[in-house]
Design a protein around this ligand. Structure first.
Ligand SMILES: [Zn+2]
Length: 231
């Protein structure tokens, strides 16, 4: 049977118009990083907080519609991806309920991930968002952010045609790791923090900030995949 999540309207006043009427080309995943879903919803709807997202997904899979996709929600802050710096104008943001590293980071429940997959497929399909533009908040802001973090199942998303996952990493030529990161989309700022952000997304079992052989191999393969997709 087709999965159909429970969808609710929880509008947020925290949005404006996308710059030059831009349409979304990037999908950004977040965790809420607050003790409860209710606290996160309150904050994302409070006018003085000046933060929001297009969607929020609860642990039980309930999806809240907060900001219309046409509008510019305020979820990304300062960041950069593939040369784009006004990420809010160019993206759709999904907040996924999880206390986060500060309040007790925990695995994302299966029902929640089912809804994230369902919602992401709809968004990616509606706007033709490319695999290399489905990213985490930490990917666009490695010096400030760690969400959605190393427990977020990017591999499962990629198996459901959302985002990228490295294919065969057995063939490897030694090359420039940081150049590869740039081709993938990263703004190379602090080298340790950008390496950590990369690992949180694509080498989740060890977030060392050190570009070891395994990390380098994954980056080399992903670069090839991006180049193939942008050819
Ligand atoms: Zn975030």
């Amino acid at each position: 049977m087709k999965y159909l999540p429970d969808i609710r309207k929880s509008p947020s006043p925290n949005f404006n118009e996308r710059r030059e009427g831009r349409s979304p080309t990037i999908l950004v995943m977040h965790y809420t990083g607050m003790p409860t879903a209710a606290a996160a919803l309150d904050r994302l709807r409070a006018p003085d907080a000046e933060v929001s997202a297009h969607y929020l997904v609860e642990e039980d899979g309930t999806i809240h519609l907060m900001v219309n996709e046409e509008k510019r929600a305020w979820h990304a802050g300062v960041g950069k991806w593939r040369g784009v710096s006004d990420i809010n104008s160019a993206s759709i943001g999904i907040e996924i309920v999880n206390p986060g590293h500060e309040f007790g980071y925990q695995p994302f429940p299966e029902l929640q991930m089912k809804s994230v997959v369902w919602l992401s497929r709809e968004i990616v399909g509606r706007h033709d968002i490319k695999p290399f533009n489905v990213i985490g908040h930490s990917d666009i802001a490695p010096e400030r952010k760690t969400d959605p973090g190393e427990l977020f199942d990017w591999k499962m998303l990629a198996e459901n045609t959302i985002g990228m996952w490295p294919s065969d990493t057995s063939i490897f030529e030694e090359d420039d790791f940081f150049e590869n990161l740039q081709v993938i989309g990263y703004e190379v700022c602090d080298r340790e923090l950008v390496t950590k952000a990369f690992q949180r997304h694509w080498r989740q079992h060890e977030i060392s900030g050190i570009a070891d052989t395994e990390t380098k191999k994954i980056a080399a393969v992903l670069r090839k995949q991006v180049e193939h997709l942008t050819k």
